[in-house]
Design a protein around this ligand. Structure first.
Ligand code: ATP
Ligand code: MG
Length: 478
C-alpha cells in the first residue's frame, strides 16, 4: 500500500491542479474522493476520478471544462446535481457535497446540500469514504473521518455509520460489500456482516439489473468463490438464486454420501477463473451453473449409489429461466453457456472410451468453443483423493492430445460436410424439404464416424445411399 507521501506525489498530475485552481477561483472547497482515493492507496487502476465540492458540482465541472479548453466535453444532470467532464482517457465526475435522508416508506432519499462530512458519512464503506483536498491552501491533505486508511491496511470492509441504517437505506450496498471483499480479498467486519444477514430481505426492492452489475464484478474477480460463499452465508443467495443455494449440503443414505455440489462448484469456478485470466464472464457463468440440475436429478440406489442422470441436459434447459430472473442477456451468450453446460461431461466420458469418431463429433459440436469447454472440463476434475485427481488429469491430457492430432488432420473446427443442402437438392432434382435435412444429417453422422470426414467421394456415396433409402433417384451426377 502506498503512503500518503507517495500519494501526494501522484497528485502532481496536471488534471488535479486544474480542478483545484478552478475551485479556488470559485471559492469552493474541492476534493478527489471515494473509489479513486482507495485505489490510489492500493495501487489499483481506477477508471474514473470522482470529485466532491462544497458548492455546485455542475458549475465547477463547467468551469473545469472551460479551463482545459479544446478536447474537454462537459455533460450534466441538473436533477441529480452531477456532472461529467471527458478529457482524453479521463472521466471526471463532479458532485456537490450532499446530505441524504431516507424514509422507510420510500426508496428515494431526500437530498440536500451538505458539508464534506455529511457527504462522506453517506458513503457505503470507510475505505470509500476518504477524500484528498485539492485547494492550494491544503493541497494533498487526506480527510479520513472514519478510519478508512486503517481499514485499507487491515483489509476490512466496514460501514462508516450504523450498518443497519446504511444497508436498509440502500440494500445494493450489501452486494457492494461482498463485491469489494471479493475483488480486494478483504474481510467484511463482523458487525457489518451481521447487519447484511439481518437486512437480507431488503434486497427484494432492488432492480435485478443493479444486482447483475455487482455479480458481474464478482465473477471477474480473481477468486469469484469468495463472493458466492459470502452471498450464501449472508442469506442473499437463497433469495436471488435459490437454484444455486439448493446445491449445498450432503445427503447420506446407508452410510454413503455424495459430494457437496456447492463447494465442488466453487472449486471449479476458481480453477476456471485461474485459467481464464482475461475474464470471459460467460465461461465463468458456465462454471457456476454446470451442475445446477444436480439437486433435481439426484437419485440413490443400492447398486449404483448416487447418480445425477442427464443433469447436463436438464441444467441447460433450466438456464433461460435463470438468466431471465437475473436479467442476464438472453442472446448468444445464453446459448454459449447452455452449450458448455450440456457438453461439460463429454470430454470426461471420452476418457473411458476414446475413439476417433467420438472426438470428431465433440469437436464438431463444440465448434469454436472447444477450448473453453476443455478449460471447464479440466477444472471439473476435483476429488479429495489426490491420486484420483492425478489419474484423471493424466487421462484428460491424453484426450487433449488426441484432439489436437485429429483436429490438425481433419480441421474439424468449422467443419461442414463436403456436400451441402443445395447440392443435395440439385443431385435429386428436389426443392427444400425434410428429405434434404435427413440426407445431410446422415452424411454428417457417417462422415464423423469414418476415418476421412473430408472425403468427397465417400460423402457422395453416403448421399446417394440415403437418397435411395428415401425412394429418391439422382437426376444429376455431380
Ligand atoms: P468501482 O468503480 O470499482 O465500481 P467505486 O468505489 O469507485 O468502485 P463507484 O460506483 O464508482 O464505486 O462509486 C464511487 C464512490 O461513490 C464510491 O467509492 C462510494 O464512495 C460512493 N458510492 C457509490 N455507490 C454507493 C452506494 N450505493 N452507497 C453509498 N455510496 C456509494
Ligand atoms: Mg468508480
Amino acid at each position: 500500500m502506498l503512503t500518503l507521501k507517495e500519494i501526494q506525489k501522484q497528485l502532481e498530475s496536471r488534471i488535479f491542479h486544474i480542478v483545484g485552481e478552478t475551485a479556488d477561483d470559485m471559492g469552493y472547497e474541492c476534493y478527489v474522493v471515494g473509489g479513486y482515493v482507495r485505489d490510489l492507496f492500493l495501487e489499483r487502476h481506477s477508471k474514473d476520478k470522482d470529485f466532491v465540492t462544497v458548492g455546485s458540482g455542475i458549475e465547477l465541472a463547467k468551469a473545469v471544462a472551460k479551463r482545459i479548453g479544446k478536447g474537454a466535453h462537459c455533460s450534466y444532470f441538473q436533477n441529480f446535481g452531477t456532472a461529467q467532464v471527458k478529457y482524453r482517457a479521463d472521466e471526471l465526475e463532479f458532485v456537490g457535497a450532499r446530505k441524504e435522508s431516507y424514509r422507510r416508506d420510500s426508496r428515494n432519499p431526500i437530498v440536500e446540500n451538505g458539508t464534506l462530512d455529511d457527504d462522506l458519512s453517506r458513503r457505503d464503506f470507510t475505505i470509500n469514504a476518504m477524500a484528498i483536498s485539492l485547494n492550494a491552501a491544503n493541497y494533498g491533505e487526506l480527510v479520513d473521518r472514519f478510519g478508512g486508511l486503517d481499514d485499507l491496511a487491515a483489509g476490512v470492509i466496514r460501514t462508516p455509520l450504523d450498518p443497519d441504517i446504511t444497508f436498509s437505506d440502500d440494500p445494493l450496498r450489501m452486494f457492494r460489500a461482498i463485491r469489494f471483499a471479493t475483488q480486494l480479498n478483504f474481510e467484511i467486519a463482523p458487525n457489518t456482516f451481521e447487519a447484511i444477514r439481518r437486512n437480507a430481505e431488503r434486497i427484494k426492492i432492488l432492480t435485478r439489473e443493479r444486482i447483475a452489475t455487482e455479480l458481474s464484478k464478482i465473477m471477474c474477480s480473481p477468486m469469484p468463490s469468495i463472493g458466492w460463499k459470502l452471498l450464501r452465508d449472508a442469506g442473499l443467495l437463497k433469495i436471488f438464486l435459490p437454484e444455486l443455494e439448493a446445491m449445498a449440503g450432503v445427503e447420506v443414505v446407508n452410510g454413503r454420501g455424495h459430494k457437496d455440489n456447492f463447494y465442488h462448484t466453487m472449486e471449479v469456478l476458481d480453477k476456471v477463473a485461474a485459467a481464464d485470466t482475461n475474464c470471459n464472464e460467460w465461461l465463468r457463468w458456465g462454471a457456476l451453473l454446470h451442475d445446477i440440475a444436480k439437486p433435481q436429478t439426484k437419485r440413490y440406489d443400492e447398486k449404483a449409489g448416487w447418480t445425477f442422470h442427464n443433469h447436463n441436459f436438464v441444467g441447460a434447459k433450466m438456464l433461460p429461466r435463470i438468466f431471465r430472473n437475473l436479467k442476464l442477456p438472453l442472446d448468444e451468450r445464453l446459448k454459449y453457456v447452455q452449450k458448455l453446460v450440456e457438453l461439460h461431461m463429454r470430454p470426461i466420458a471420452l476418457v473411458e472410451e476414446v475413439t476417433d469418431s467420438a472426438i470428431r463429433r465433440l469437436i464438431f459440436e463444440a465448434g469454436d468453443d472447444i477450448d473453453d469447454l476443455m478449460i471447464l472440463c479440466r477444472a471439473d476434475i476435483t476429488s479429495k483423493n489426490p491420486e484420483k485427481v492425478r489419474r484423471h488429469l493424466e487421462n484428460f491430457e491424453m484426450v487433449l492430445e488426441k484432439m489436437r492430432i485429429i483436429n490438425e488432420k481433419d480441421n474439424l473446427r468449422n467443419w461442414q460436410p463436403p456436400i451441402d443442402g443445395n447440392e443435395i437438392m440439385a443431385i435429386f432434382g428436389i426443392g427444400q424439404c425434410r428429405a434434404v435435412g435427413e440426407i445431410k444429417n446422415y452424411e454428417k453422422d457417417q462422415l464423423l464416424e469414418s476415418e476421412t470426414p473430408n472425403d468427397r467421394e465417400l460423402a457422395l456415396k453416403l448421399v446417394l445411399e440415403k437418397g435411395a433409402s428415401l425412394g429418391l433417384t439422382p437426376t444429376l451426377r455431380p
